[in-house]
Every structure is written in C-alpha cells, then in structure tokens.
Design a protein. Structure first.
Length: 423
C-alpha cells in the first residue's frame, strides 16, 4: 500500500514540479549581442585557434584561416572585402572551431569570448562589430570596470547580479543597430577578456543566472558610485515612479566622494549660466532651501535632498534650473548639494548673509571682489538603486561568511524585490 501510494504521488509531484518551474522561471535569453566597435573603416581579425569567416546571411564559408592568421575586413562599395578580396557579403560571422576548449577571437588585437559578427552600418559605408556571447561571459568582462575586484566578495556578487539584471533589462536597447547593448557607459563598459579578473569570474559564477525582479519582471537595476548618505526616489531623477527605486539610507561615508566642494567666483558662475543659454545678466542671488535631515519633503528637493529646482536671480532676469541642468553646466558630481556665499572681510573669511523668505534660503551676492560661491555636495552619480560604496560597507559590516548576504544588500537598495535564478 505504501509503495502504491508513492507511485501515485510521484508522477503528480513531477507534473506539479514541472508546472511550478515553468511558471516561476521565465525563459529569458541567456546570450547577448554587444556592439564593441562602430564607425570603423576596417577591422583586424585573428584568433588563437583556426577560425572561419562565413557570410553572415547565407552561412556560406568564405575563408578558412589558421591560428594567428590575420584578416582585415573593410567596406568596398556595397559589400565587404577580406584581405582586399571582394565578397558578396554585407555581413560576416567569425567563428572559432567548436568543441576545442576555450578560444578567443581577436578584434583589433583585443581578445573576445564567443563569436564576432561584422556588418556594414545602416546608411553609411563603415563597419559595426558585434560580439555575441553568453551573458555570464559578458559579465566577466564588465564587473571590474564597475567595481574594484579587491572589494568584499558579497559586494562583488551584489554588483554582478545588478549588472546581469541591468543587461537583461537593456536587451534590444540598440536593436536599430542590430545588437543589444553597446560597450560604453551608455550601457555598461565591456572590454572583453582584457578586464577579466579571477574574483570577478568567481562572483559571476557564484550568482549564475540570478536577477532582481519585481512583480515578475526584470527591473532596471540602476546603480551608482555613492549616493551621499541617502538614495533617491526614481520619480525625482527620471520622472517615473518605480516601487523598487525608493530613497533609502546609504552607508557610503567612506567613499572618497561622499563629500565634495566646488568654488566659483561670481564672474565664473555668471559666465557659466549665461553661456548655457540663460541670459540673466550678473548673478545677484541664488534661491535654494537648505539641506535638512532625511527623508526630505520639499518641492525643491527629493527625499535624499537632491536638488529638483534652483532659482538664479540676475541683473537682467531670472532663471529656474533643475538640479540636473545645473549639474551638467558646472560639471558637478551629483545634484545633492548646498550653496553658500563666502565674502572675505578684512582678511577673515565670513559666510555671506542669508535671508529666510517664504521658507526659501536666498543667498545674496553683493558683487564685492573675491566673493566666492561654494557648492558643498555629497555623493557621485544619480543616486538611484545600488550604491557601490554603500554595498561595500554593508558587506564589510554584515555577517562574515554568509554567502547569501549579497541578497540582503540588493533588497536594501532595491526595495520589495526578489532575487531569482532565471537561467
Ligand atoms: Zn548603449
């Protein structure tokens, strides 16, 4: 009876297990196409094993090359040429011989895992080079560009999961150019095998296939260097509300850019604001409520204190700028800052007069010589999601030897999310 009971239950369990698995683990793409180079007139290809170049559209073998042999690909008229020999192909694929261990294709003398595709860029006679490889191997070449491999292993693992999630979210971002992500800061910096480090490979392998999800969807896992003490709500940075991108307390006090300062003369500030198209004459006053304890709740600042709007009053007009506009104009590290005016008085340095009017702080600029406008800021980056310096501190201060602590770090910076293995 006992065995009969199990013999009925077991198939049911298997069937249920199957459904549970398919319902939970969404079949997500596990390879990625990385646009590693664009606008190239020609490109030099080689490999550390024998390799083949195929017509990327028909699959026809165009040339077979030995290990270390070189092929220069260029555009000739409307098709591609290989070592000066014209082909009928507009797209070619470079493949190493399979089932032969790990091998690498060289593109302009840099090594890459996976395959290389080269096509004529849409609408112009130049080349786009695309590296197609498993996302896991792509991450090997990404993480060390984002975080020091010498940092705490749980922080590296948190970064690996955030980078994997961000890559998956951005698949098809560059669909118009026939690849998923580019290899610059626009997506994530990727440098092929050159930037692979043992600790990074280990962090990627240890978190293999794990991504951050909310309501069953892969989230845009934004990350930044250091928030300056508090992260920000998404609507205050990108304008859209995301439940998982909420301002939380950060632990980034050891970041070298936790605190920074920029000093300008009235002339420099006036020139920068006017040059940016706000023709308001000589700056006479700056209106910005001061930073107070967080979370903040004012129309001018986000929860972290990041500046949403700041007012400049000039001799011929006034202008309201967003914190982001001012950050770009002055090249600031973040939009989290206070403003003060320093006036030298008889060799002593004194703070300028501050007037509280309508709950706003108005910094008057008198125009005296040597007057200095001081921007005292915190953090580096947009302040959304994971703070890398905060993750480092959490990992260092968390329970040592707990190999799941990276999840706690991620759940702190991405509120209400779950970490799931999707491939
Ligand atoms: Zn990009």
């Amino acid at each position: 009876m006992k065995y009969a009971f199990y013999s009925i239950l077991l198939p049911i369990a298997l069937v249920m297990g199957f459904f549970v698995q398919t319902a939970q683990a969404e079949p997500l793409q596990s390879t990625i196409r990385v646009g590693i180079l664009s606008n190239q007139e020609n490109v030099l290809i080689s490999a550390d094993t024998k390799f083949e170049i195929l017509n990327g559209e028909t699959g026809q073998l165009l040339v077979h090359l030995a290990a270390g042999e070189k092929a220069t690909i260029s555009v000739k008229g409307k098709t591609l040429s290989i070592n000066g020999k014209l082909t009928k192909a507009v797209k070619i694929s470079v493949l190493t011989s399979k089932n032969n261990g790990e091998h690498y294709i060289e593109v302009n003398k840099k090594q890459y895992r996976g395959n290389i595709d080269i096509h004529i860029t849409h609408g112009s006679a130049v080349l786009t080079i695309v590296n197609t490889l498993p996302i896991e191997q792509y991450l090997y070449g990404v993480i060390a560009k984002e975080m020091s491999p010498s940092w705490h292993f749980e922080a590296l693992k948190a970064q690996a999961v955030a980078a994997r999630t961000y890559a998956l979210y951005n698949l098809n971002k560059h669909q118009n150019d026939d690849y998923d992500v580019c290899a610059t800061t626009d997506c994530q910096i990727y440098d092929g095998r050159e930037s692979e480090v043992t600790q990074v490979i280990k962090a990627v392998d240890n978190t293999s296939g794990q991504v951050i999800m909310a309501q069953g969807k892969v989230i845009p896992a934004y990350f930044h260097s250091s928030s300056g003490g508090y992260t920000e709500n998404s609507e205050n940075v990108w304008g859209t509300y995301e439940s998982y991108l909420r301002g939380v307390v950060d632990y980034d006090q050891n970041s070298p850019l936790y605190k920074w300062e920029k000093k300008l003369t009235t002339n420099e500030l006036t020139a920068a604001i006017n040059k940016a198209g706000y023709t308001i004459g000589i700056i006479k006053a700056i209106e910005l409520p001061p930073l107070t304890s967080k979370p903040m709740n004012t129309p001018e600042r986000g929860v972290s204190g990041r500046v949403k709007v700041i007012q400049f009053i000039g001799s011929t007009g006034s202008a309201q700028l967003t914190g982001e506009q001012l950050r770009k104009i002055l090249g600031l590290k973040s939009t989290l800052f206070d403003v003060s005016v320093m006036v030298p008085v008889e060799q002593a340095v004194d703070f300028g007069q501050s007037f509280i009017t309508d709950k706003k702080e108005i910094h008057r600029i008198s125009g005296r010589p040597n007057e200095i406008i001081v921007i005292s800021g915190f953090g580096w980056g947009h302040g959304l999601g994971l703070s890398q310096w905060g993750a480092k501190a959490m990992a260092e201060q968390g329970p040592q030897g707990d190999s799941t602590y990276f999840k706690e770090i991620l759940k702190h910076y991405y509120q209400g999310t779950t970490i799931k293995k999707v491939f």
